[in-house]
Design a binder for this molecule. Structure first.
Ligand code: AMP
Length: 361
């Protein structure tokens, strides 16, 4: 268990690391960010920063020597980097989680082994496997590269009557999975925290609206029945337990109609704090960032209580230039990530609106 004054090392220097560091400060904990990009926005708010590549063992060694525990803000931490650091300091969540979540096929197999439903899927390493996969998924379907895809990158839709081989070629014939295209009613996520002693605290189910594959708005409460919300939280808890997870993870799910009812299909696991949990900074008594810091520090998790109806809107690309319009709005909090170049699709900040009372979605 870390004492106040201890230092948490964070791999990655984007807005997630920045908000982790901002949450650590009120607990008397320091953060040291390690990032290869010198304009990383987390460097602005941390006790210490190291700007070096992920394969620079001298820098990694010094970083490990300067911190008490190490965590990460993104799932594509190179396996070698994580292993090197784990020999020197505790790395939490355990890097074996990365092996599963860095690969969509391994991840889907892991979820299925827990008897949790996903979209139908199959591996694609050859044209033959592609047509075998489509027998399982039907059309339309989505091809996704097994590695390094995010915000819709590394994905190609195969329409009904479309050409699967051409879709795969558009992804440079990389190893993929093919998934059935889900006609979902809504998308939801659960952000869950698990402490070092195995206690799980889930935030309430969040409803997510995407635009161009990028999260646009998160709303809480989600428009789901209490039973479905409970099931969603159970799914996230089971995944966290199965990983023996320490820290915050997010599970993205589709809500689909099933007869007159609804069911959940897990789309993806993010082994980190997540954009759909940003609402918790202003909308709950404990944020996802604080929960993550508490968990990796070996502290007791908070019991989050929501302040009201909450809506979080991402400021993407040039939208950030309109930040001033939100400053005087009642119940609205503005978060700017301090990034200089607002290129299209880049997450530059977010605004959260909290409407006290009224629990109806
Ligand atoms: P992902 O990168 O897997 O999180 O996908 C990004 C977004 O693409 C999701 O949030 C969905 O809106 C959409 N999407 C991904 N997979 C599917 C699917 N199998 N069926 C329908 N929409 C999907």
């Amino acid at each position: 268990m870390l004492k106040p004054g201890a230092t948490i090392g964070i791999l990655g220097g984007g807005q997630l690391a920045r908000m982790l560091a901002l949450a650590a400060a009120p607990l008397g904990l320091r953060c040291h960010v390690y990032s290869p990009e010198k304009d990383s926005c987390a460097f602005d708010v941390v006790h210490a920063g190291t700007c070096a590549k992920y394969d620079d063992e001298a820098s990694l060694g010094r970083f490990a020597g300067a911190v008490d525990v190490i965590t990460y803000e993104f799932e594509n931490v190179p396996a070698k980097t994580a292993a090197f650091l784990a020999r020197r300091r505790p790395v939490l969540p355990d890097p074996q989680v990365l092996e599963t979540t860095q690969d969509r096929l391994v991840e889907k197999n892991f979820i299925s082994a827990l008897k949790i439903a996903t979209a139908p899927y199959g591996p694609v390493h050859s044209a033959t496997q592609l047509s075998d996969g489509i027998v399982i998924t039907g059309l339309p379907a989505v091809l996704k590269t097994r590695q390094l895809g995010y915000d819709g990158k590394g994905q190609a839709k195969i329409a009904k009557g479309g050409d699967p081989v051409a879709a795969w070629r558009s992804l440079h014939n990389e190893p993929c999975i093919v998934e059935g295209f889900i006609d979902f009613e809504r998308e939801v996520s659960v952000v869950a925290a698990r402490s070092r002693d195995g206690k799980v605290e889930c935030f309430e189910v969040t409803e997510n609206e995407h635009r161009d594959h990028i999260l646009r708005i998160s709303r809480v409460p989600a428009k789901v029945t209490p039973a479905l919300a409970n099931e969603a939280r159970q799914i996230a808890s089971r995944i966290a337990k199965a990983f023996d997870y320490v820290g915050v993870l997010a599970v993205e799910m589709f809500v689909v109609r099933k007869g007159s009812g609804r069911k959940l299909l897990v789309n993806e696991i993010a082994p980190r704090v997540h954009n759909s949990g940003h609402w918790t900074i202003d909308g709950a008594t404990v944020s996802q960032f604080e929960q993550h810091i508490r968990a990796v520090a070996g502290w007791t998790l908070g019991k989050p209580v929501r302040h009201g109806r909450v809506e979080m809107t991402n400021l993407i690309g040039a939208e950030v230039n309109g930040y001033a319009q939100w400053l005087g709005e009642p119940g609205v909090s503005v978060h700017l990530y301090g990034k200089t170049n607002p290129y299209p699709g880049r997450k530059m900040g977010h605004v959260t609106r909290v409407a006290p009372g009224g629990d109806k979605a």
